[in-house]
Design a protein around this ligand. Structure first.
Ligand SMILES: *Cc1c(COP(=O)(O)O)cnc(C)c1O
Length: 397
């Protein structure tokens, strides 16, 4: 099969043709800097403000609570460092979870080196944060709770509304990294008592390097980028007009097609999960069985190295991702898989497949067929598997 089968939509998604089409005039025709005075600049301003209003309407917030950024990592950095700095006279304690994206985790670790204290809440075997543990961790000096809406590796959705209620009760700010969730599920910010929310366009068919941070009015978060007066003096820099327009077009498509896409993707995901668990021995599904992102399936296969799996899948044109971070220069398995209690050797044999609205049943079936074959081949070369078989035989006798 020479066709590319892209099952890594948690890493990034394809820019939809409608999105590219919406962006194009803002490179070559309406290329004005929205900060300028002449009416030509007003055309860029108008486009940007329409996106701000549309995104705000999706979240049920005011348009002046949306700040454009250069993506999810920037939004997370701004929310966490900004809250830490703005509230340092009130306290120095932050609560997060052990399964956050590195954009939040490494930011928290940076703050720990600068006088802040961070509680990293454990998650259960499905990847869920405990509300009791969260409430018990709140101290008088707690200034921020930052817990993701949905996990990028195992797909588990966190109880955001319940966390929001606890945060509100204790008067603590609540930020959520919704980079995997925005555009994929409804996020009623008021009902969820969210004070800040991060999102990134390239995770919902928009362009890379564009995102936003929602900041509830009244929160005195300082400027993240110093310079010009853009974004109400809180995020300097000439606005990425084509990027923002593309994010707006992608957000609109995502909102309009959300239910339809979810239904389709969930049914394919279920087919994938059922086939794998049934047809590949010693396999398990990681993450919550039902409370998970529509497009996410994450498996562990015993006696296998995830990296070898990825290479052999790649030879068949299948793009996937593994639970070990070898690609990033470390041999440690993913912090998320360890946090849900997987032993190192099982975490190493993990595979994340994330679907899109363009994924077909034929692609899923082809992938499962290849996977069955690859897993068997790798196991046949594995001394661990050989030992296991001998051991199992001994037990039976
Ligand atoms: C991708 C991702 C990010 C980072 O977003 P970028 O736009 O790539 O910087 C942050 N958090 C989560 C959960 C993600 O999946």
């Amino acid at each position: 099969m020479s066709q590319l089968i892209y099952l890594d939509n948690a890493a990034t998604t394809k820019v939809r043709p409608e999105v590219l089409q919406a962006m194009q005039p803002y490179f070559t025709e309406i290329y004005s800097n929205p900060s300028s005075v002449y009416s030509f600049a007003g055309k860029s301003t108008k486009a940007v403000e329409e996106v701000r209003e549309y995104i705000a309407s999706m979240l049920g917030v005011k348009s002046n609570e949306i700040y454009f950024t250069a993506g999810g990592s920037e939004s997370d950095n701004w929310a966490v460092k900004g809250a830490a700095e703005a509230l340092k006279s009130k306290g120095n304690h932050i609560i997060t979870s052990t399964i956050e994206h590195h954009a939040v985790l490494h930011t928290c670790q940076y703050l720990e080196k600068n006088g802040y204290e961070v509680t990293y809440l454990d998650v259960d075997e499905n990847g869920k944060v405990s509300l009791e543990a969260l409430e018990a961790a709140i101290r008088p000096e707690t200034i921020l709770i930052t817990i993701m809406a949905a996990n990028n590796e195992i797909g588990t959705m966190e109880p955001v509304a319940e966390i929001g209620a606890i945060a509100k009760k204790h008067g603590v700010l609540f930020h959520t990294d919704a980079v995997q969730a925005f555009g994929h599920m409804p996020l009623p910010v008021q009902e969820m008592n969210l004070d800040m929310l991060s999102a990134s366009a390239h995770k919902f068919n928009g362009p890379k390097g564009t995102g936003f941070l929602y900041i509830r009015n009244g929160i005195k978060l300082g400027a993240y980028m110093h310079g010009g007066a853009q974004e109400r003096k809180r995020r300097a820099g000439t606005l990425n007009v084509p990027g923002i327009v593309g994010m707006g077009a992608a957000a609109r498509l995502a909102a309009e097609e959300m239910e339809e896409r979810r239904k389709k993707v969930i049914s394919l995901r279920e087919h994938l999960i059922e086939r794998i668990l049934k047809e590949i021995p010693y396999s398990r599904l990681n993450g919550h069985r039902t409370d998970r992102l529509a497009n996410n399936a994450n498996f562990s296969f015993r006696f296998i190295e995830g990296e070898s799996l990825l290479i052999l899948l790649d030879q068949q044109g299948i793009c996937a991702s593994s639970g070990s971070a070898c690609t990033s220069g470390s041999l440690d398995p993913s912090h998320v898989l360890l946090a849900i209690g997987l032993p190192h050797e099982i975490a190493h044999g993990s595979l994340r497949l994330t679907l899109s609205e363009e994924t077909t049943r034929e692609q899923i079936d082809f992938t499962v067929d290849q996977l069955k074959d690859i897993v068997e081949r790798l196991r046949n070369m594995s001394p661990l598997y050989e030992d296991f078989l001998k051991g199992a035989g001994a037990n039976v006798q």
